[in-house]
Structure formats: C-alpha cells, structure tokens
Design a protein around this ligand. Structure first.
Ligand code: NAP
Length: 313
C-alpha cells in the first residue's frame, strides 16, 4: 500500500508518500480500506518534533480515518467486511491506504455521512463533546463562547452546543470567517482579529482553542462561577490568578487522549445519534490527495479555517 512516512522531524516536506507493507488484522482487530483521512493540527506539531511527546522515527501520522472494512480478525463479530466505518486511533498512523485498529476504535459510519465527514469525527467531535459536556458541564439554557469556531473542533462544538440548547457565540478570523460561523448556526459570531470584540459578553462556559492568546481576556469576560476549558494553546501566557479567584472561575485543561475507554464508547454512541438525526454533520473545508499531505499541513497551520481538512488516499 501507499502511506505517508516521516523519516526525520521537520517542515511539511518531510511528509513523503512511500510504499509500505500491507497491515493485517490480529485477534480483536479490524482492517480498514481508507477512503478519507482527517488532518489535525497535532499531526503538524508531531511532524515538526516540537510536541512534548515525540514519536519514534520513522512513523506514519494520523488518527482519524473513514473507509470500508476489508477484513476482521478472530473474535470480531460486530463489524463485517464491506461495512462503512470511521476509525479513531489505529495501531499505526492512518495517512495510508489501509489501517488496522482495535475493534473498540472502529465505529459504524452512519449513512448520513460521507467518508470525508467520517474522517472528521474522531478528534474534532470527540474533543468538542468532551470539552463541552464532560469538562465544561454545559447545560441547556447556558451561554457558551467557542473561541475558534471556524476550525475542525470549533465547527463540531457549535453544532453540539446548539443541539444541546445552549446559546452559542463563536469567533473566527475576518468577515468571511464570521459569516461562516453564523451560517453554521451560531447565535452570534465575532471576529477575533478585531480589538475589543469580547466586550459586553459574560459566557457561562468558554471553549478555548488558543489559550496563550486569549486566556487573560477569557478570565475578564467569563461569568461568575464560569468554566474555561483549554482545548488548544501554542505558547505561554501570563494571567492574574485573582481574576479567576474573584469570580470562582474554573480553568480546566483537557487532552482527548486522556479520555477513558468507557467514556469513548458513550461519546461515540451519543455522536452517532446526532449524525443519524441530522443534528450533527461534520463540515469539510478542503481536501487534498494523500500525496499532497505537505500542502494539507501548511493549510491546517494557516489562518482562515473553514471546517475540516481531509486527505484522499
Ligand atoms: P483548526 O481546524 O486549524 O482551527 C483552528 C481554529 O483556531 C480556527 O477556528 C481559527 O480561526 C482559530 N483561531 C485562530 N486565531 C485565533 C484567536 N486569536 N482566537 C481564537 N481562535 C483563533 O484546528 P482544530 O482542529 O479546530 O484545533 C484547534 C486547536 O485545538 C489546535 O490548537 C489543536 O491543536 C487543539 N486541539 C486540542 C485537542 C485536545 O485534546 N486538547 C484536540 C484537538 C485539537 P480562523 O482560522 O478563522 O482565524
């Protein structure tokens, strides 16, 4: 099969398409013929070698994929060859034509979703769900500020929050980003490139995609007893702890990889209901051939997100 292989940490150009051995499913595992791959920012951090966790070289990047079951290992009864599925976390990276994953990480792909949309579920929707409902304790009637609503996680968070009956304020860059977030269904959309754009807000919950830039201002606007869930950060920031103290604000960090297996099953069951009802529908911004993974990495680290970036093997 063809797969992207990283042999040295570096810029996007280290993502090279190579011939790799076909993987085979062992007991309890599923072989998937990959039709679409989701590109997440963390894959760019890992590729560059700048992330605290460094994979052993060489490696194939990628966590999210969708495709067709090609074969199942012994003991797998819940999935059958030919079935449409999405994968969240295979044994090796999924920037490839084939992937093997434990059966607990392979989920039926609802008929309502394309393969591209299926590749946009695992990390983005899993993270948004976990941030809103587990860490953020979002409840119907509350107001959530989704800081970075135009990207993979943000678009998922807008849909999930709306479906749960929250009032949704989303931010994006520039007038086009604002129009995009409004069209997604946010009650209010704001341009995070404009000075003072958060003035007058008092959200109960903030889902934060760029904490190193926004955390001090988040603390200023967050409501009494509010929660700030840090999903993304790309550096350090200075805050005044008294700003959290005086309003009993909870600052909660999160990483999706820390979610226990039993929670993962519940989250994906809930997401499946949302996809089937039509309340949730992953938004695909751009797609690239697998061979152009380098261009996809440049795009995912550039401003102007419009939903998810996918690769087609
Ligand atoms: P993405 O698709 O590239 O989207 C990035 C988002 O950040 C866009 O909405 C972008 O808006 C927005 N942004 C840019 N400047 C901003 C600012 N000053 N204030 C607020 N938002 C700003 O990335 P993603 O997949 O949604 O992931 C978002 C972040 O969360 C990334 O840093 C990623 O690494 C992290 N993440 C963490 C976890 C976890 O487990 N903790 C899981 C998934 C992702 P414009 O492009 O419109 O300017």
């Amino acid at each position: 099969m063809k797969a992207i292989i990283v042999r040295a940490f570096g810029g996007p150009e280290v993502l090279r398409l190579e011939e790799a051995p076909d993987p085979r499913p062992g007991p309890g595992e599923v072989l998937v013929s990959v039709k679409a791959v989701g590109v997440n920012p963390v894959e760019a951090y890992l590729r560059s070698g700048s992330y605290p966790r460094r994979p052993d070289l060489p490696f194939t990047p990628g966590t999210d994929a969708a495709g067709l079951v090609s074969a199942v290992g012994s003991g797998v009864a819940v999935l059958k060859p030919g079935q449409r599925v999405y994968v969240y976390g295979a044994k090796a990276g999924v920037y490839a034509q084939k992937a093997v994953a434990e059966v607990s990480r392979v989920f039926p792909l609802p008929d309502t979703l394309s393969f591209e949309q299926g590749a946009a579920v695992g990390v983005p929707f899993g993270t948004a769900h976990r941030a809103l409902f587990h860490h953020g304790k979002a409840k119907k009637g509350q107001t959530v500020l989704i800081h970075g609503a135009s990207g993979g996680v943000g678009t998922a968070a807008v849909q999930l929050a709306r479906a749960a009956g929250l009032t949704v304020i989303g931010t994006a860059g520039g007038p086009e980003g604002v129009a995009f977030v409004k069209a997604l269904g946010a009650d209010q959309a704001l341009d995070h490139r404009t000075a003072g754009y958060l003035s007058g807000l008092a959200p109960d919950l903030i889902v934060e995609m760029l904490a190193n830039v926004n955390l001090p201002e988040d603390l200023r606007v967050c409501a009494l007893r509010g929660r700030i869930v840090i999903v993304g950060s790309r550096g350090e920031v200075t805050i005044d702890p008294r700003a959290a103290m005086t309003k009993d604000i909870t600052i909660q960090g999160m990483t999706l990889w820390n979610m226990p297996d039993e929670d993962r099953a519940l989250v994906h069951a809930d997401l499946g209901r949302g996809f089937e009802s039509g309340a949730l529908a992953p938004v695909i911004g751009r797609s690239f051939p697998l061979a152009e993974a380098a261009k996809a990495h440049e795009a995912v680290m550039s401003p102007g997100a419009r939903g998810k970036i996918v690769l087609i093997p």
